[in-house]
Design a protein around this ligand. Sequence first.
Ligand SMILES: [Zn+2]
Length: 223
Amino acid sequence: MVTRVGNTPTRTGHRSSYRDPRREWSTSLIVLLLSEQVLERKLAAGELSCPGCGACLVPWGFARRRVIRTLGGSRTIVPRRARCSSCKMTHVVLSSEVVPRRRDDAGVIGHTLLRAANGARAAEIAREIGRSRETVRNWISRFSNNALAAEVIGTQALFRFDAHADPMRLVWRATPLARAVEALGLCVAALVRLFGPLRPGTTPWSVVNVVTGGHLLSAELGP
Ligand SMILES: [Zn+2]
């Protein structure tokens, strides 16, 4: 499962040129459930297609190194860049744990949203995960603004994976944020029922990151 993030394509894939990080993120692809080795193999075999024109992507160096914070610590990633063999646009390929433009991975942000959906206060969550209260408030506020769209996206995906799901289950959640988290969670559960357990290293929030096109906290989220 591959999804495109952002609307603004970069104009160059030249490895030595200056790259504005905002533009770099803007053409990110998120690849779900692939190890880096599998990604390399698929890229080399021309099995990943350009989100702009559908032609095959070829390896095109690497994006800048960055540190991603997880619930267990942090890790350094050097995302792969790929270039379209036809339209020549370049794309940054991210694994599903990486949320574009965020230093924290999908597991950290998702944990925060799940705790907020269950009534935990921002200060309490901030203490648990070792982030500032402002950061946690910001995530909750941004996701709350997206809650309706996230609920729709989660519910639509849920019915794609499980035609017999019970939509009334969402009604019983008290807040829009909680309904959105519930819908996204049900969608992941349905996907697991259909395709089997997630691969090691992939969290339910990695799946949510892909289902929401990397826009979990961005104003661009829309069904
Ligand atoms: Zn293309």
